[in-house]
Ligand binder design. Structure first.
Ligand code: FAD
Ligand code: SF4
Ligand code: SF4
Length: 461
């Protein structure tokens, strides 16, 4: 029985004027009834284009039909065959550009809520089977090192331990999870979900070494001399970029990465933690990606009265997920489109007092296919703010490239790899943001899986 309703079943969520004062999860998830109703919207298409939109090819119609039948655990097990972090992906994947973007039901209405159903299956499993004991994997005697405990490293480690490899993950921070823990805020992705995934990997036998900066504490070459037969580099692209405009060194300017790390990783939003953080009252966040949305929504929750997003193109081009923009607007974030900062202004003590901007208009499309923003002459104005958060992108930290002998970079400055995630150095593999530059969780996970298969092939020879 197909449910012919054209819209997705709405997911309950906290009201905007309540949630913009707390860090609890915004979306509350489907109930069993809601999930079954949504699953019944799937047409079970023979060619299932939705699957081709998913970077790890989740068997979508199969798991959705299990939910429609009320077989929730079976649905979860189907997803798990190709996706090791469904509770994460169901929450943060840009589904509108991936699986749901290809769903046939999207032609005449809204696509099937594939992400919401994936989240439901994962949460249902955690609530009903989460305490089940996990058997340690049988060792095949081969040792592999994974550098970086983000989605790329975790998915690579998971696939390798399942194949019998003895895996040790080296992570520079004191916590595992990468951006899932230090970047994406609790109100979008509760940290307990990531911690449970890491615990499951530990139970299988993966060892985690935190506070270990590879390239400083130990090099990749030293790891290989120490008996690791293969190394996977999944160190992300966490080095923030700045605009290089006057005033960026004033007190009250920081990168979104630093701001979010203080809040998420170092729990600056909880009174029992004494993490220092800028408590601005009027905050400008420069940029239009998911990171900018997270910083702005955190700033509001930290008590700022006015929070602006300053973005140089229009609402048509803004890269953040539609859902994040919608939530940010509901929570009272003020979007200033077609606006570009030219300098940060400050007082005689070096504190930020405002941000000088110019108005922009759109010209012809540039190399990215988006219309090029052009300054409107003499349109300068100053927006009064006491804090500026720069969120204009991140790039790869070159530490590993510089400290690993003869390791080659690609033309975007990331680590160079072939189709099997192998670098130019035999036995060394890489994937995720460290190769592509800032991308998505599911793409990083997909790259970790490709690398695990490549490492298995390399060590099986
Ligand atoms: P990371 O997650 O960056 O993990 C790399 C890990 O390596 C880190 O833990 C780092 O500490 C560690 N490391 C770095 N150098 C070393 C070293 N020398 N030695 C040891 N360890 C090291 N994507 C989405 O799909 N949806 C979203 O909603 C979304 N929102 C985002 C919000 C924010 C604030 C940010 C910053 C990113 C967001 N992304 C989102 C992008 C996504 O999180 C990344 O593409 C993804 O996490 C990349 O995974 P990764 O494993 O390659 O790298
Ligand atoms: Fe969609 Fe992401 Fe799930 Fe793939 S992993 S089906 S892209 S939500
Ligand atoms: Fe179901 Fe949409 Fe996939 Fe068709 S394209 S099988 S309707 S999820």
């Amino acid at each position: 029985m197909i449910n012919l309703v054209n819209e997705k079943n709405p997911m309950p969520e906290q009201k905007p004027d309540v949630r913009n004062k707390n860090f609890l999860e915004v979306a509350e998830g489907y109930t069993e009834d809601m999930a079954v109703r949504e699953a019944l919207r799937c047409l079970q298409c023979r060619k299932h284009p939705c699957t081709s939109g998913c970077p790890v090819s989740v068997r979508i119609p199969e798991f959705v039909s299990k939910i429609a039948e009320g077989e929730f655990e079976e649905a979860y097990q189907i997803i798990k065959t190709t996706n090791s972090l469904p509770a994460v992906c169901g929450r943060v994947c840009p589904q509108e550009n991936q699986c749901e973007g290809k769903c046939v039901r999207g032609v005449k209405g809204e696509p099937v809520g594939i992400g919401r159903l994936e989240r439901f299956a994962a949460d249902w499993h955690a609530a009903n089977f989460g305490d089940e004991e996990i058997e340690p994997a049988q060792s095949n005697g081969h040792k592999v090192a994974v550098i970086g405990a983000g989605p790329a490293g975790l998915s690579c480690a998971g696939d390798l331990v399942n194949k019998g490899y003895e895996v040790t993950v080296f992570e520079s921070l004191h916590k595992t999870g990468g951006v899932l823990v230090y970047g994406i805020p609790e109100f979008r992705l509760p940290k307990a979900i990531v911690a449970a995934e890491v615990k499951a990997l530990e139970a299988k036998g993966v060892k985690f070494v935190t506070d270990a900066v590879v390239g400083r504490s130990v090099t990749v070459d030293e790891l290989m001399e120490d008996g690791f037969e293969s190394v996977f580099i999944g160190t992300g692209a966490g080095l923030p970029s700045f605009m290089k405009i006057p005033g960026e060194n004033l007190l009250g300017v920081c990168s979104a990465n630093e701001y979010l790390s203080r809040i998420n990783l170092m729990k600056a939003y909880l009174p029992e933690y004494d993490t220092p953080i800028m408590h601005g009252n009027k905050i400008a966040v420069v940029g239009g990606g998911n990171v900018a949305m997270d910083a702005a929504r955190c700033a509001k929750r930290m008590g700022a009265e006015d929070v602006y997003i300053i973005y140089r193109r229009s609402a048509e081009e803004i890269p953040a997920r539609a859902e994040e923009i919608h939530h940010a607007v509901e929570e009272g974030i003020d979007f200033r489109y077609l606006t570009n900062p030219v300098q940060v202004v400050g007082d005689e003590n070096g504190y930020v007092t405002g941000i000088e901007c110019v108005k922009m208009e759109l010209g012809e499309p540039d190399a990215s296919g988006r219309r090029r923003p052009i300054e409107i002459k003499d349109s300068n104005f100053i927006l009064e703010v006491d804090t500026v958060i720069m969120s204009i992108g991140t790039k790869l930290n070159k530490l590993i490239l510089e400290t690993t002998e003869n390791l080659e970079a690609n033309d975007r400055g990331g680590i160079g790899v072939d189709g099997k995630a192998a670098t130019n150095r035999p036995g060394i593999f890489a994937g995720g943001d460290a190769v592509t530059g800032a991308a998505t969780v599911i793409k990083a996970m997909g790259a970790g899986k490709v690398a695990a298969a490549g490492i298995d092939e390399f060590l099986s020879k």
